[in-house]
Design a protein around this ligand. Structure first.
Ligand code: ADP
Length: 453
């Protein structure tokens, strides 16, 4: 049995602490000053202070976290999502300190964190891929000739980008030079690296992704797929599993492509391969996220696979628990419960939670990092809980989610729930994947819903 340090906070830290307890491991939390009394610090078997109040001083501070791991006598580190979870230097430092890193190797994180390398891998294994230039761009002229050949619109993206930033969509040839320059400049500012690449831009696509687990020795299994098209500014709000309306061929292609891309790098641990799916059926590989995702629970409840337990198994050398992709059971939906006010442009609304009545009932799972009386901290992410609802089919999963969302009662911070309810009850969402329905897509919330919200 291990002592696992959780280099994170909030609901994901709590999720991992629970998994530690269930599997006989000792959980070690770390916390920023203002989190001394936070749920994750209270629930863990042990908790160590990371002195400071900013993310940089605390949950992003490699030296402080390694010092805490040493004081705690930890033998493994779970990074959760966000913070240092996709930081290859941290992964390498953890292993150099003689600890087990619960995630892919530093080399894998580096290779897949570069979107150009990731595209090359996708190309190599024959995954669906929009036309593009699979090497860092040198000048605007090559973008112009690509646009002339592949047609507009195109998208210029930072090779080391993330969080939906550093992307420029080009609709007119006259905009290419300006877009190339600003994309390069923003890439340096935001990510410290200038490399950009270009690919064809898909109009109004759905976001479909595949959860994988790999044993680190070339065996990779797709656990299931999810649709995460309900996004605002490239930030997901609602996710569901399985992705509705895919043909068997499309699903098979996505699952096998995701496995092949990850097998190519002997992927170790849990990961997610993201794709876009256009209305005409065109699919393209987007990127690989080398960590547990926020939305992993909807795959857990439909596949029966405990993904954090699977991460433990793989990290501790016990191999994968599954041979092949399980047949999904029923349908699941996740609402991200963010302290943001949709009536005021999704302005963050940190502050004390005076009342928190969590929903319950058949198929309802409540993953929260806070309880009543706790504070949503302004220095950190506005997501403070997740509502995960499972039903026998999509229609009943939606009905149960609507009931649960209405039952959720929060006093203090405004939340995104009114907006989530508007999405859940809209025909574009309820009919997603049905023939003859213009379903939601990644731009739908901003283009269609918010103007009439
Ligand atoms: P990040 O790492 O910043 O999340 P991604 O490459 O995953 O960057 O892209 C983020 C979002 O940008 C996608 O979910 C999608 O909405 C949009 N996007 C990216 N590439 C394309 C494309 N080729 N066509 C259409 N939309 C795109």
């Amino acid at each position: 049995m291990s002592r696992i340090l959780i280099a994170n906070r909030g609901e994901i830290a709590v999720r991992i602490i629970r998994a530690c307890a269930q599997h006989g491991h000792t959980s070690v939390a770390v916390y920023a000053d203002q989190d001394a009394d936070a749920m994750h610090a209270r629930l863990a078997d042990e908790a160590f202070a990371l002195t400071g109040t900013s993310a940089g001083e605390t949950y992003l501070n490699i030296d402080s976290i390694l010092a805490a791991a040493k004081s705690a006598g930890a033998d493994a580190v779970h990074p959760g999502y966000g913070f240092l979870s996709e930081n290859a230097d941290f992964a390498a430092a953890v292993e150099a300190a003689g600890l087990i890193w619960i995630g892919p190797t530093a080399d894998t994180i580096t290779a897949l964190g570069d979107k150009v390398t990731a595209r090359q891998l996708a190309q190599k294994v024959g995954a669906p891929l929009a036309p593009g230039i699979d090497r860092p761009l040198e000048n605007a002229a090559e973008v112009e000739s690509f646009a002339a050949e592949a047609g507009l619109p195109i998208i210029i993206k930072a090779a080391h980008g993330g969080g939906g930033r550093g992307m420029k969509i080009v609709h007119d040839l006259s905009e290419v030079a300006g877009a190339f320059e600003s994309a390069t400049r923003e890439a340096v500012e935001a990510f410290g690296r200038p490399e950009c690449f270009v690919e064809k831009y898909l109009e109004r696509p759905r976001h479909v992704e595949v959860q994988v687990v790999g044993d680190g020795q070339g065996r990779v299994v797709a656990v299931g797929d999810r649709d995460c098209s309900a996004q605002r500014r490239n930030q997901k709000l609602i996710e569901e599993a399985p992705a509705p309306g895919l043909t068997d061929e499309q699903r098979e292609r996505l699952h096998r492509s995701a496995e092949a891309i990850c097998a190519e790098v002997d992927y170790r641990g849990a990961g997610t391969v993201e794709f876009l799916l256009a209305a005409d059926g065109t699919m393209t590989f987007l990127e690989v996220n080398t960590r547990l995702q926020v939305e992993h629970p909807i795959t857990e409840v439909t596949s029966g696979v405990d993904l954090v337990a699977e991460q433990f198994r793989i990290a501790f050398g016990e191999g994968l628990s599954l041979e092949s992709t399980p047949q999904p059971v029923g349908h699941a939906i996740e609402l991200r419960i963010n302290a943001e006010d949709p009536g005021r442009g999704f302005l963050p609304t940190p502050g004390r939670i005076d009342v928190l009545d969590a929903p319950g009932g058949l198929g309802v799972r409540w993953d929260s990092g806070v309880r009543a009386g706790d504070t949503v901290q302004p220095a950190f992410d506005s997501l403070f809980a997740k509502l995960i609802v499972h039903g026998p089919d999509r229609e009943q999963a939606i009905a149960r989610t609507v009931t649960a969302a209405k039952e959720l009662h929060v006093e203090g911070p405004a939340t995104v729930v009114p907006c989530s309810l508007a999405i859940l009850t809209d025909e574009a969402f309820t009919g997603l994947g049905d023939s003859g329905v213009d379903g939601i897509h990644t731009q739908w919330i901003e283009a269609e819903l918010l103007p009439r919200f």
